[in-house]
Design a protein around this ligand. Structure first.
Ligand code: CU
Length: 125
């Protein structure tokens, strides 16, 4: 009778993990050694740099920091996001599969300029 219990536990963890911060947690594991590090700092109300240039298929380790307030980093087209907490760095691994220009944005309300807080990811061949 152990198997069903384990299955339910796994399902529960899976469901909880899929909600809220768990979505970001999967992306925060140790980066593969070959991942190129890109540092991005977030402040009211912009990301610096505002444009990231990536290569299709290349894994990059985006390190996010902020000195201001809690912010978000969300790349809807790459199903990646993280919450950026002041004084801490958080990592998001991106491995773009498509060439093109994609938007990233802050998805945690951080003040009056929040709606304009975004940037682009250019993915080249
Ligand atoms: Cu914001």
């Amino acid at each position: 009778m152990r198997a069903p219990v384990v299955a339910v536990a796994a399902l529960t963890i899976g469901l909880c993990g899929g909600l809220g911060y768990g979505m970001a947690a999967w992306a925060q594991g140790p980066a593969p050694k070959q991942a190129r590090l890109i540092k991005v700092s977030a402040k009211k109300f912009e990301f610096s740099p505002r444009q990231l240039v990536l290569k299709k298929g290349e894994t990059v380790d985006v390190e996010l920091v902020t000195q201001d307030v809690v912010m978000g980093f969300n790349v809807p087209d790459m199903a990646a996001r993280a919450t950026i907490v002041p004084g801490q760095s958080v990592h998001v691994l991106l491995t773009p599969q498509k060439v093109g220009t994609f938007t990233f944005l802050c998805d945690v309300f951080c003040g009056s300029g929040h709606e304009e807080m975004d940037g682009t990811i250019m993915v080249t061949e």
